[in-house]
Design a protein around this ligand. Structure first.
Ligand code: PAF
Length: 289
């Protein structure tokens, strides 16, 4: 595996691959790699001749500077994992290499960015789109792989591809969970052992919500999830410092991402949630229909 840190070296490697008609799979990451990322790489490995994984903590997608400062950075361990997973190129650029000029581009995505993460993280999706487009331009992939945990991000990238008209196949990949159900995330590293032990109750609550949806209406299920998580510590006699603080839970059409009020309103229905636990922002989702 080659570890590439400059745009010039990456461009040369991609030109070489294109000359030999190799197909290219891109896995964009912000590092702190876990089994979820490795599953994307495994899939990319099966479907492409050359697998490029970017490891770049993209400052312009963070609207909260503290969150950016605290984001885990484990580049050496990441490169070892990438080697083991069979990546061909780890692209690990500096901020200056990625953004030699100040970024002025702003992307808009209409209604799909006006829900869930969008209003709570102003500028986040435009920042994601800027870096993903730059990675697309640099690697010219045939396919790009993204995890479904960030469900809204996938809809944004799909929309980006429509806007820029690049013939890249977007490959959404299923969430990978720990044995106890917690969705794998780089942010899980920041949970204490006590917080890590209660965190699986987020997914447990979502699964119970799916069962409830067989006989309860959308509003009842929606409110039950928020109430159950907010009162979880009290009901279960857990210390208040380990309380769940749900930021939102939305039950939405899986294509338009607009909240639904009736289970039959959309062909595909998912529930997306963000919950704070001991200052760590955890995201998860579940499919209802
Ligand atoms: O999902 C992520 O890790 C990031 O948003 C991405 C797609 C790598 C862009 O920085």
């Amino acid at each position: 595996m080659q570890i590439i840190t400059t745009v010039a070296a990456l461009t040369a490697a991609i030109e070489e691959a294109k000359k030999s008609n190799k197909t290219i799979g891109l896995v964009p990451t912000m590092g702190a790699l876990h089994e979820g990322h490795l599953s994307l790489i495994e899939r990319a490995r099966k479907e492409n001749d050359l697998v490029v994984v970017s490891v770049f903590v993209n400052p312009i997608q963070f609207n909260n500077q503290e969150d950016l400062a605290k984001y885990p950075r484990t580049v050496e361990a990441d490169c070892e994992k990438l080697q083991g997973a069979g990546a061909d190129i780890a692209f690990v650029p500096s901020v200056e290499e990625m953004y030699p000029e100040p970024v002025e581009t702003v992307y808009h995505f209409g209604p799909i960015e006006e829900v869930m993460e969008g209003p709570r993280r102003p500028g986040h999706f435009s920042g994601v789109a800027v870096v993903v487009r730059r990675l697309f331009d640099l690697t010219q992939p045939n396919r790009a792989y993204f995890g479904e945990k960030d469900f809204q991000q996938i809809a944004i990238i799909r929309n980006l591809l429509e806007q820029i008209k690049y013939p890249i196949e977007l490959v959404p990949c299923p969430i990978v969970r720990a044995e106890d159900g917690l969705a794998l995330s780089s942010r899980n590293m920041r949970l204490s052992a006590e917080a890590r032990a209660v965190a699986p109750n987020i997914y447990d609550t979502l699964q119970q919500a799916v069962e409830m949806s067989e006989c309860e209406d959308v509003e009842s299920v929606h409110d039950w999830v928020l109430d159950t998580l907010a009162s979880f510590h009290e009901v279960n006699g857990i210390d208040e410092s380990l309380k769940f603080d749900p930021e939102y839970f939305e039950i939405v059409d899986d294509t338009t991402l607009q909240p639904i009020t009736d289970w039959d309103e959309a062909k595909g229905v998912v529930g997306c949630i963000t919950v704070w636990l001991t200052g760590v922002r955890l995201i998860d989702m579940v499919r209802f229909r």
